[in-house]
Design a binder for this molecule. Structure first.
Ligand SMILES: *[C@@H]1O[C@H](CO)[C@@H](O)[C@H](O)[C@H]1NC(C)=O
Ligand SMILES: *[C@@H]1O[C@H](CO)[C@@H](O)[C@H](O)[C@H]1NC(C)=O
Ligand SMILES: *[C@@H]1O[C@H](CO)[C@@H](O)[C@H](O)[C@H]1NC(C)=O
Length: 367
């Protein structure tokens, strides 16, 4: 009895199978989607049923021109003349596997497995292939900015890559951004109400988990008129000695620097020597050396700094003193050896150290 039932079940299935064999071809499985890195190999599967007598074709979909799909293979034969492409056919499971080796960026897209069932009828299924591409910061991102105190600017940053990169901002030495944090996320970073402190390097970072990300350094320069600070508004020195007058200037762009006495521009000559040191983009130090001071050289000097945003002038007074002020007087060069010897011997007289000992230790300056 049981055997009979089984037998009839079996024969039923077999006869069903016969009917099924004449069914329309279908695609029973296709790889859902695939994300691969450049250089890797890619495999996508297409399993068909009842398609034994029909051509199974892999194409790459051309969305711009649907009549111009790229034909890759037919059955297990590759049509495309590119050795990176091949098709494997597993007869037992009826699976057509499209294999692309050494994947390139251009391989991303939609691939279609298609069974041509008649002159104008087809069955198809698609699989999307995504190629992981490390972020690259786009050319339309800000490279550098020169602005001025009080202005508003927006720094822009865009990046290509797959998955789409996230853009974030940081500042050199983790200084704070306008949002009050060391970190900001978004394509645009607004810098409102710019001050001198806004100046510096900003980093745009593009990250999508592929590679270590991309980073662009964006320099922000803030222009401002000169500001002068003077450590010693009054500088003293004795007749016949050298005096140095110093000005510390903050300005961007770097200023032109002038020294004047009684409205007269001073130049390097036997009486004066002007030195200018650019400490950084925005700091400039200048020193006027008044050489072997003569009586008429006492008085008011001014240092003047000028850039495109304005100018500033500060005054320093050179006053006569009885004592020699060191430095710069004691830090004498060879032309002043007689003076130096005079100071040295009077000093030695007071403390009664043998001159030979002092000279042998090359002692020249005084505290
Ligand atoms: C910059 O270029 C990217 C593409 O690289 C684009 O998506 C973005 O919209 C562009 N941004 C601007 C402001 O033009
Ligand atoms: C900068 O933006 C602020 C508002 O955020 C505005 O009040 C100000 O006028 C702007 N300044 C300039 C120079 O455009
Ligand atoms: C801009 O900054 C100045 C000085 O820091 C401040 O007095 C002013 O209120 C600020 N303006 C705006 C719109 O934030």
């Amino acid at each position: 009895m049981i055997i009979l039932v089984l037998y009839s079940l079996l024969s039923c299935m077999i006869s069903l199978g016969g009917v099924v064999g004449q069914q329309n071809p279908t695609i029973s499985f296709i790889t859902k989607e695939k994300v691969v890195s450049i250089g890797d190999s890619l495999e996508v599967y297409c399993q068909v049923q009842y398609a034994k007598d029909y051509p199974v074709v892999w194409t790459k979909v051309n969305h711009d021109n649907p009549n111009n799909h790229l034909f890759i293979s037919r059955g297990s034969t590759t049509i495309i003349p590119d050795s990176r492409y091949s098709v494997r056919f597993d007869e037992k499971q009826s699976i057509y596997t499209l294999v692309i080796s050494k994947v390139q960026e251009i391989d991303s897209g939609e691939y279609r497995c298609e069974i041509t069932t008649g002159i104008s009828s087809k069955v198809s299924a698609d699989v999307n292939v995504f190629i992981q591409i490390p972020p690259v910061i786009s050319d339309n991102s800000t490279r550098s900015v020169i602005t001025y105190v009080g202005a508003n600017v927006t720094l822009q940053c865009y990046a290509s890559g797959y998955p789409p990169p996230l853009i974030s901002w940081r500042r050199e030495q983790n200084q704070l951004l306008p949002n009050g944090m060391a970190y900001y996320r978004g394509n645009s970073l607004r810098l409102d109400n710019i001050t001198k402190d806004t100046r510096g390097t900003y980093y745009c970072v593009a990250d999508n988990g592929v590679s270590s990300g991309a980073r662009r350094h964006i320099g922000v320069e803030v222009e401002f008129p000169p500001f002068i600070s003077i450590a010693r508004p009054q500088t003293g020195q004795a007749l016949q000695y050298d005096a140095d007058l110093h000005c510390h200037i903050e300005a961007f762009p770097s200023p032109s620097v002038l020294w004047l006495k009684d409205g007269q521009l001073l130049n390097d000559n036997q009486h004066y020597q002007i030195s200018i040191f650019a400490r950084s983009d925005e700091f400039t130090d200048t020193t006027l050396r008044v050489k072997r001071i003569e009586k008429r050289q006492y008085g008011l000097y001014s240092c003047r700094a000028v850039n495109k945003l304005g100018f500033r002038e500060e005054v320093i007074e050179l006053v006569e003193t009885v004592n020699v002020v060191c430095p710069p007087a004691c830090n004498v060069g060879l032309q002043y050896t007689s003076d130096a010897f005079r100071i040295l011997s009077s000093f030695l007289h007071k403390i009664a150290v043998p001159l030979s000992l002092i000279l042998s230790t090359r002692y020249i300056g005084f505290a």
